[in-house]
Design a protein around this ligand. Structure first.
Ligand SMILES: [Zn+2]
Ligand SMILES: [Zn+2]
Length: 152
């Protein structure tokens, strides 16, 4: 009863000739040069892009400020200033000499009637119903007729 298991061990591992080692090193060097060139180009591109981005950011940052400033300039006047605007009571006899074009309110498009409270804008001398111009001046500070700023 003798079973003979023969294990064949093959020690046929021959050393791999590494003749492509230098070629690989040369390839690495090329990759390095390519990477440096790429990085250089990228840096240039990035620089240009950053300049563009900064310009854009600058515009984005400064434009709203200018916009807010211009909005604030035309965003309505204070109640105090509004009350300080001259008012008078409209009477057709008082205005008899002037042409009829000035005798209607451009805000509500109604003609002035005798006894209507009207308010003058001193800068341009346009006049409107007190209630109309007060409502208008809460959100605007320019004359509804000629767009002159009422603020001094
Ligand atoms: Zn009116
Ligand atoms: Zn005006």
């Amino acid at each position: 009863m003798a079973e003979n298991h023969t294990h064949t061990h093959s020690h046929s591992q021959s050393p791999i000739p590494c003749h492509d080692h230098e070629q690989a090193a040369g390839f690495d060097w090329m990759v390095l040069v390519a990477a440096i060139l790429c990085a250089f180009v990228c840096a240039l591109g990035l620089n240009t892009m950053l300049q563009c981005v900064f310009q854009c950011i600058g515009r984005v940052l400064t434009e709203p400020i200018q916009w807010i400033a211009s909005r604030r300039l035309n965003s309505g006047i204070k109640k105090k200033d509004m009350v300080a605007l001259p008012t008078s009571t409209y009477s057709s006899t008082h205005d008899s000499g002037s042409p009829s074009s000035a005798s209607s309110c451009v805000i509500c498009l109604a003609e002035f009637c005798n006894g209507d409270q009207i308010r003058f804008l001193p800068k341009c001398n346009h006049h409107f119903h007190v209630v109309c111009i007060d409502k208008w001046l809460l959100s605007h500070s320019s004359c509804p007729t000629c767009r002159n700023l009422t603020r001094v």
